[in-house]
Design a protein around this ligand. Structure first.
Ligand SMILES: N[C@@H](CCC(=O)N[C@@H](CS)C(=O)NCC(=O)O)C(=O)O
Length: 221
C-alpha cells in the first residue's frame, strides 16, 4: 500500500488496537461517512519505516488526523474532542459546553491523555515479555502506578460501582477513552495475584464498555 501526503479527504491513520481506536470508536459510533473522514489502517512496520507516513507522523505514532491542506493533528484526546465537536452535533456522546457535566467530561479526557494511557501502554509493553523471562523490577512499579492511576480513579469516579458510566447513566466518549484503557489493561498478562482487572468495579466497567453496541463496530472494523 502506498500513502498519499497530503490525503484527498481528512484521514485518520489507525493501527489495530492502538490508541487510534479511541477516535475511531467515536467515528464509527457516529457513523461518520468515509467521504467526511477516511480511516487508513497502517501496520506497525509501515508506521516505523514508510517515508510518506513518516512525513505525516514524524514520531511514528498513531493516531494522526491529516487534512488535505497539509495540517496534521496528533493526540488521541484532541482528535476525539475535535471529531465530536464536528460530528456529534446531536450530543449523543459529549455534553455541551454549558452542561453541568462538561467539566467532568473534560477531566476524564485529559486524565486519560495525561495519566492513564501512558501507564497502561507501559504495562502492556513490559508484560509482553513472558512471565518467566520478566524482571519483576520492571513490572512492579508500573503495577503500583496502574492501581493508583487507573483502579483507584475508576473506583472514585464510578462511585464504587454505583455509577455505570463516568458521567452517570449514559455512555459517552469519556467511556470510549477510559474503556480503551481498561481493555488494553485486560490484554496485559499480569503477575500471579496481580490480575489487571481483579477489582470488581473495574471488571464490571470493562464488561459494560465492551458490551456497548458501538463497541461491536470497532471490533468488526
Ligand atoms: N499520547 C499519544 C500517544 C501516541 C502513541 O504512543 N501511539 C502508539 C499506539 S497507542 C503508537 O502509535 N505506537 C507505535 C506503534 O504502535 O507502532 C496519543 O494519545 O495519541
Amino acid at each position: 500500500m502506498s500513502f498519499l501526503h497530503p490525503p484527498i479527504v481528512p484521514t485518520l491513520y489507525h493501527v489495530e488496537w492502538g490508541c487510534s481506536s479511541i477516535p475511531l470508536w467515536a467515528l464509527l459510533a457516529l457513523e461518520v461517512p468515509e467521504t467526511e473522514v477516511a480511516v487508513v489502517p497502517v501496520s506497525h512496520a509501515q508506521l516505523a519505516s514508510d517515508p510518506t507516513l513518516a512525513e505525516i507522523s514524524p514520531r511514528h505514532v498513531v493516531p494522526v488526523l491529516a487534512y488535505p491542506d497539509g495540517t496534521t493533528i496528533v493526540e488521541s484526546g484532541a482528535i476525539l474532542l475535535h471529531l465530536l465537536e464536528k460530528f456529534d452535533t446531536e450530543r449523543k456522546l459529549h455534553p455541551a459546553p454549558n452542561s453541568p457535566l462538561r467539566a467532568k467530561f473534560l477531566q476524564h479526557l485529559f486524565y486519560v491523555a495525561a495519566e492513564a494511557l501512558s501507564v497502561v501502554i507501559g504495562l502492556y509493553y513490559v508484560t509482553r515479555t513472558p512471565k518467566e523471562k520478566r524482571d519483576r523490577a520492571d513490572v512492579e512499579p508500573l503495577m503500583k502506578k496502574y492501581n493508583t492511576v487507573v483502579i483507584e480513579y475508576l473506583e472514585r469516579e464510578l462511585d464504587h460501582g454505583k455509577r455505570p458510566y463516568l458521567l452517570g447513566e449514559e455512555f459517552t466518549a469519556a467511556d470510549m477513552a477510559f474503556g480503551y484503557v481498561v481493555m488494553t489493561a485486560a490484554f496485559c498478562d499480569g503477575e500471579e495475584g496481580e490480575d489487571t482487572l481483579v477489582n470488581e468495579v473495574v471488571k464490571s466497567y470493562h464488561i459494560r464498555c465492551s458490551q456497548h453496541e458501538s463497541f461491536d463496530k470497532l471490533v468488526k472494523f
